[in-house]
Design a protein around this ligand. Structure first.
Ligand code: SLL
Length: 236
């Protein structure tokens, strides 16, 4: 089992009548963006190839394909509607696209809606998503467990210890190792496979730990939010 985390949602701002961008339809009241991104803006392009955003049919070209990061659609409008996001994974995943739905929010709601509107606070609506793959391909699993690609500076041709260096060195012998262990060969592909299994198990444990921590964090965030609402209600 492989679990991937992503964040999706929207940010909307009321258009300032004194600072209205040119060429906007006179009925449009808000600028907004809808997005899929990594938790804490982490890079997700190593597993997410492209995203198709389906907007309300009142929009011209309501189906927008975003071919690479950032996976964002920016628009202006007057109404709220549900955005359908189709996530296309990298080919290594060998997975069908996954679909997410997001309700675009333009308006503040609740007791402090008017004050928030006065202050022109952006309306943010965001969700976490956990995407699970029951039987990931080896290649996809490798990509996911290796983590985001190393930044370009540290990579490049023949960077020491990099995969490229290991695989593309001219005339070098392959790094393949004997299948069976022998006294001379303490390492073999068999023991390597066993090691991989252990690593996979460890990976699952780490995934579980991350999930636990995130659950804790979300609980704390809820508590903070409740306190904030309570404080606001008391006029603090
Ligand atoms: C509503 N059911 O009535 C929704 C529909 C449509 C949103 C919302 C402008 C599109 C355009 C726009 O905001 N459409 O003019 O390009 O609230």
């Amino acid at each position: 089992m492989l679990t991937i985390h992503a964040v999706y949602g929207s940010v909307a701002k009321l258009i300032d009548p004194n600072n209205r961008p040119a060429n906007i339809h006179p009925e449009h009241t808000h600028t907004w963006s809808v997005y899929v991104k990594g938790v804490n803006d982490a890079d997700i392009s190593y597993w997410l190839k492209k995203v198709q955003f389906k907007l309300h049919e009142t929009y011209a070209n309501s189906t927008r394909m975003i071919e690479g990061p950032p996976f964002v659609v920016e628009e202006t409008g007057w109404g709220e509607f549900e955005v359908t996001m189709k996530l296309y994974f990298v080919p290594e995943a060998n997975e069908k696209p996954g679909t997410l739905w997001h309700q675009l929010k333009l308006h503040h709601y609740g007791e402090n809606a008017e004050a928030a509107k006065e202050r022109r606070e952006p309306v943010v609506s965001q969700s976490y998503e956990e995407i699970m793959f029951n039987e990931p391909t080896e290649a996809f699993f490798d990509i996911m467990t290796t983590g985001p690609p190393i930044p370009q500076a540290g990579r490049g041709k023949g960077a020491k210890g990099s995969k490229q260096a290991a695989l593309k060195g001219k005339g070098e012998r392959t790094a393949e190792i004997p299948y069976e262990v022998s006294r001379e060969n303490a390492f073999s592909s068999k023991t390597e496979a066993a090691e991989m299994d252990r690593l996979r198990e460890a990976g699952k444990t780490v995934d579980m730990m991350i999930k636990e921590e995130r659950d804790k964090l979300m609980k704390l965030e809820k508590e903070v939010e409740a306190l904030r609402i309570e404080a606001a209600a008391r006029g603090v």
